[in-house]
Design a protein around this ligand. Sequence first.
Ligand code: ADP
Ligand code: MG
Length: 675
Amino acid sequence: MGDRLRKEPAPERGGAVLRLRQVHKSYRLGPVSVDVLSGVSLAVREGELVSIMGPSGCGKSTLMNISGLLDRPTSGACHLRGRDVAEMSDDERAEMRNAHIGFVFQSFHLLPRLTAARNVALPLVYRGLSEAAIQKRARDALDRVGMADRHEHLPSQLSGGQQQRVAVARALVGEPAMLLADEPTGALDPATGDEIMTMFETLSVAQGVAVVVVTHSAEVAARSHRQTCMTQGVLVETGADAASAGVDATAGAMSQSDRGSLPPPVPSRLVARAARGTASAARLRFNAREAAVSLRSVLARSALALVGIVVGIGAVIAMVSTGEIVKEESLRQFRELGTDIVRIQRQFARVRGRVLQMNLADVNGLASSVPAIEAAAAAVDANTQIRYRGRDLGQDIAFGVTGDFFHLSKLSLAEGRLVSDLDRHRFYCVAGAGIARAIRDAGAVSPLGERVRVFGRLCTVVGVLESVPPLAVGRQLVPDEAVFMPIEAVMRVGAVGIRDAIAQVRGDVEPEVARRAVEAHFGRVRPNLRVSVTTAGQLIARMRSQGQLFTLLLGAIASISLIVGGVGVMNVMLMSVRERRAEIGLRRAIGARRGDVRQQFVIESAALCLSGGVLGVALGVAVAWGVCRFAGWPFSVSSTAIMVGVAVATAVGVFFGLYPAHRASRLDPIEALRN
Ligand code: ADP
Ligand code: MG
């Protein structure tokens, strides 16, 4: 949009680019107010080369800053190209600086990490030109100041004179109407200073740029068209043609020739906002690129601050993926178990010193007395060593089950036969796949007919089950590592009573309805016995809440680490802002708006956290894998988790970058440039 301002017809020759009228500037130092400028009037026309001399501290830089729209006068008027500067907003002033003013400073103020070409390109970056146009114009500007062979050099690889040439190229790359040079030759040897002055002469004479040079050198001043001197807060003409000077009380009055070159009236707010909207995407891109350049050096120093982010994002990833995996896993079990199964457990109750138990008749009678129930099976478990040829096998648990148990638990037979209610209390068993394998490993050709030792007695293997994943029936049951015997056999030697039963709900009945029916049934036939009936849905909910415990734990780790990491990043960014005051001041001087500076620093902070986030994603995937192993769930990397991790890292970066970015954007450019 700066270009919009540039594309206007050039003002006619002789129009005043800058007009100061009765400009006062005073600084308040405690109770006293110090007048630095006390009524400066000055008009600088196109193609004029004006020099300002004066002792150190007399206010020359102050005057330059006011002329360059970096500072506001305490009173008095300042018009740039006919527009009253006092009426402009901060952003408008930045745009005016960018479009109309080129600055050259005594200490060059090149950004050390950018090449000569990128330094020169900087003002155009804030103008929102296309990358190709920016590069071309930056190259041309460098060629014009005789730096054709130094485009890719860093400032540190250039001599003082060469750095100042780059600074001059940067000042003129935007084709400004006015060039403000504050002691531009002060740091240079006389010969190089001479060359710089020659460039200024060419600019003013050949291109009609208004040039104002502050200098301590009489030789430099002698080459200007008009020589002025600051004394006691006012500017006096000292050159031979003082009579024609614009330094007088009437200088502030606007002549018709200035008016002729006025830019069109300030566009209405709506138009201005629309223009900004289209440019803002381009600016975001440019600010992002500026951020990327600085990021490289910041990254090296902020490795420690990033640890918090890495751990935090890692925890986020682990949290989201385990959450997802638990969901998947519980759904799988839900399907495997069947939605039509209810589990019946007796609750502890004692009558006359005796613990009440369910008995076989209670379970076997369910299917016939509760219409909602299709079939029921009881299971008892007892701890016993399962031994075969002197080896311990399996989980040390023997189950006693009724005939329907296998069918209801979806356990199917691989070979041999199942135990049935007809086996009564015979010592027969069906072996889980793992047990069967162990028996084979111990040397048996087939487990069938082999005898394992349980409860101190020998028990014949009559069947082998297909291998199945662990089930959440009753307690976590690993069928592969257990043996299943007739329930009466186990009850006789090991188990006290029946604590667990499962029942299958009829297809047309809601599990919840069946659950209540079973409860009501027990209430009627065994009023003293207390049972709890759980549907598969409830079981799954329970499992999920187990998963939620992990989530909660990881969530706590994530929040703490992210806060610690975020504060660390904020600290790094604040340090960075302090170190880069000069850079920020310079960016503002050449036309960056506050928003640009803010955006650049927020992007830097976000990118910083994002790079930590990438490491965190890797860490989180590893942690999720570990958690799944621990809990026995299948592991998978979830894309949601990675997306959440990346989003959270960015959000943390933006959040903790806001304050440093705000600080950076509020820096006074003059203060920032001074050191
Ligand atoms: P010059 O460029 O001519 O050497 P300056 O314009 O930098 O002088 O400063 C003019 C005077 O204003 C100096 O006396 C300086 O101390 C004072 N001054 C400049 N900036 C400030 C400020 N922010 N607060 C108080 N005094 C200031
Ligand atoms: Mg100065």
